[in-house]
Design a protein around this ligand. Structure first.
Ligand code: APR
Ligand code: PHB
Length: 395
């Protein structure tokens, strides 16, 4: 029987995506030790294409983690967004309505900055960890074990942060009879492309059209991200670049379509859309963060940002425990995190319903969408409600 190597840390973090890395770096800044256990290689993690709109809260967390320099140098501040329906288009002015903006900066870059900070600080990140097993989460001596190149390793710790995404082991470690899951699957997907072309507009365009939703987003002055709503059964091989561009142009106002600069896609993929929440987000000394606990449709760009709010609550709870010996934050983590999770779920669900076409929509339903868009266009209170959610509700 091969001897199991034993490691010790204060917080074992399962998952080396943005949630896990952000928590690890924040804890490091406070002198709290952690080990990140990641299933994939660093290059694989950094190869994921994800959304790129950061709420003010996440910007502040990156600053607190000492990882904000490149974001401030390369990120783009957006004071508002454009919403179109048919040939109509209007702007929601976040800065005027809320006093806040959002930062356009790819999640891949956030993750890259966090990896760099962990490595610069000598942080312990175990990559290519296989068969991760969480044990004793409901005791005061939890462990995380895994295999690397066939050698079994075990980590004893005070707490475990389950930051391993929707397909990870953490959520499933909480006994089924203690968990309740809530899910909604949307009857469409998003076909997205990345192209080395200038964005069609300096701000994002969320487009409601009778042909389906479209989104014109960006990463920088010469890297654009576009999406069109597609059927759940669609396949990326059905879409040539030319077909994509033609369809996108039909879904945005013609004055925008006429100036759209197209080019070859450097990434093209289809993502399904769902809303999902598991309750509670903790069990004993195991705390779930991010996609391990909840999923949102990308319409409101809330995936990464809601992961960040979970990290905020857990980070402060752990600071209170190690700094003041108080368990209050830990005991109320799930309750606090879920309050904000459900508000993000609601906004993402509301915005998805407002902007997409639905196979079972009647003519009346379509009229309701247009009436709500006209109300949003003409009513400051409606725009303030949207803007407050988009820039990020307070933690
Ligand atoms: N053991 C170790 N690591 C695992 C395991 C496991 N059993 N299962 C998954 N992982 C890793 C994944 O490889 C991934 O790198 O956990 C990480 C989870 O990262 P994400 O899925 O990105 O989730 P999170 O860090 O919560 O970030 C949420 O990412 O997926 C997007 O839309 C989502 O923007 C949101 C953000
Ligand atoms: C993106 O840039 O990928 C993006 C932006 C805003 C969204 C969703 C995705 O709401």
């Amino acid at each position: 029987m091969r001897r199991i190597n034993q490691l010790r840390t204060q917080v074992a973090i399962v998952g080396g995506g943005p949630s896990g890395l952000l928590l690890s770096q924040l804890l490091h800044v406070q002198g709290i030790d952690s080990i990140v256990i990641e299933r994939k290689t660093k290059d694989y993690v950094l190869g994921r294409i994800r959304a790129g709109v950061l709420e003010r809260g996440l910007v502040a967390l990156m600053e607190e983690a000492g990882c904000a320099d490149r974001m401030h140098a390369e990120g783009i501040i957006h004071d508002g967004t454009l919403i179109s329906f048919g040939q109509e288009m209007f702007r929601v002015d976040f800065a005027d309505l809320t006093g806040h903006s959002v930062m356009v900066y790819g999640q891949t870059e956030v993750t890259r900055d966090l990896y760099a900070a962990r490595e610069a600080a000598g942080g312990r990140i175990v990559c290519e960890a296989e068969d991760v097993v969480i044990e004793g989460a409901d005791t005061d001596a939890p462990t995380v074990s895994y295999a690397v190149q066939g050698a079994r390793q075990a980590i004893t710790c005070d707490f475990i942060a389950g930051c391993d995404g929707f397909h990870g082991v953490s959520r499933k470690t909480i006994p089924d009879h203690l968990r309740q899951e809530f899910e909604k699957v949307y009857p469409y997907g998003w076909l997205g492309i990345l192209s080395e072309t200038p964005p069609v507009n300096h701000e994002l365009i969320y487009a409601n059209s009778e042909r389906g939703f479209a989104l014109c987003s960006q990463r920088n002055a010469n890297l654009s991200r576009y999406y069109i709503q597609c059927s759940m059964s669609d396949h990326v091989d059905n879409w040539s670049d030319e077909a994509f561009w033609d369809e996108l142009k039909k879904r945005i106002p013609s004055d925008q379509a006429d100036t759209l600069i197209t080019g070859p896609s450097i990434e093209k993929s289809i993502a399904p859309l769902r809303s999902f929440v598991t309750e509670p987000m903790q069990w004993g000394r195991l705390f779930l963060c991010g996609d391990a606990a909840h999923i949102v449709p990308p319409t409101g760009a809330k995936g990464l940002n809601t992961a960040a709010s979970d990290v905020h609550y857990l980070y402060h709870a752990l600071r209170m425990f190690y700094g003041e010996g108080s368990e209050n934050g830990l005991n109320t983590y799930s309750q606090k995190a879920l309050l904000r999770v459900w508000k993000a779920e609601r906004f993402s669900w509301w915005f998805s319903n407002l902007m997409h076409s639905y196979p079972d929509h009647t003519a009346f339903d379509h009229k309701m969408q247009i009436a709500e868009l006209e109300f949003l266009r003409s009513n400051r209170a409606a725009q303030m409600a949207m803007a407050e959610n988009y820039v990020g509700l307070p933690y």
